[in-house]
Design a protein around this ligand. Structure first.
Ligand code: PXP
Length: 238
């Protein structure tokens, strides 16, 4: 049974469309908790396109479940994370031009920069997770950094254009999941997961936490956040 981290970034996206005070992601977090969210996830992007510093500070004070901050590997972001001290930081690649996070972190290529951020965050008492593609080299490099967890990027699975391609990507996720378990790391996953494609990922052996945002917020427009979270939670809990 996987746990559910609800990413509320896109509630803030709607607010920022008018640069006003509503809808407030703090309300979204409370409603998600009522629906059974095990964690609240936000990505404080460098361009502040959705979540703002004020949101992170208030979420730290009000969220009663786990708070997971997605963060780029920059000194400025690491300093914010060390000050706010969320329960978990998930390190992600960040590129200003992208619509959403594209691809996993290159832990192999950026080993030194990742190691510095991991060390500073762990010294601050924060659990660190690395968002990586289902690639054995990236898993090995992550394990060598002594992080507690990795989050497998499920984008290729979610975007597969045929049943065969989807099965192929699911097998890659399953192989990666085995390697992650064997390395003694906590197994998380996310990106592009929806009510229609989530179950096979939730059923991967050892799956701990799924971080899901866009699909839940999209459904919440029609059903309300609490119901949307409850429905996703029911799917991933089997
Ligand atoms: N996990 C990570 C590391 C992400 O960057 C994102 C997108 O912010 C998600 C999960 C959630 O992706 P989606 O909004 O497609 O559910």
């Amino acid at each position: 049974m996987a746990t559910l981290g609800v990413n509320i970034d896109h509630v803030a996206t709607v607010r920022q469309a008018r640069r006003t005070i509503e809808p407030d992601p703090i309300w979204a977090a409370a409603a998600a908790e009522l629906g059974g969210a095990d964690a609240i996830t936000v990505h404080l992007r460098e361009d502040r396109r959705h979540i703002q510093d004020r949101d992170l500070d208030l979420l730290k004070q009000t969220v009663q479940v786990k708070l997971n901050l997605e963060s780029a590997i920059t000194p400025a972001m690491t300093a914010i994370a060390c000050r706010v001290k969320p329960d978990q930081v998930t390190l992600v690649p960040e590129n200003r031009a992208e619509v959403t996070t594209e691809g996993g972190l290159d832990v192999v290529g950026q080993r030194e920069a990742v190691a510095i951020a991991v060390g500073q965050l762990q010294d601050a008492g924060i659990t660190v997770s690395l968002f990586i593609d289902p690639d054995p080299d990236q898993i090995e490099a992550s394990a060598a950094l002594n992080v507690a967890a990795v989050e497998l990027h499920t984008g290729s699975y979610a975007n597969a254009s045929s049943e065969a391609a989807r099965d192929h990507e699911l097998q890659a996720l399953a192989r990666a999941a085995t390697l992650i378990r064997q390395a003694g790391l906590t197994l998380n996953a996310g990106h592009g997961l929806t009510y229609r494609n989530v179950v096979p990922v939730a059923e991967l052996e050892g799956m701990h936490e799924l971080n899901i945002g866009h699909s839940i917020v999209a459904r919440a427009i029609f059903t309300g956040m609490t119901t949307a979270v409850r429905e996703m939670k029911a799917l991933i809990s089997g």
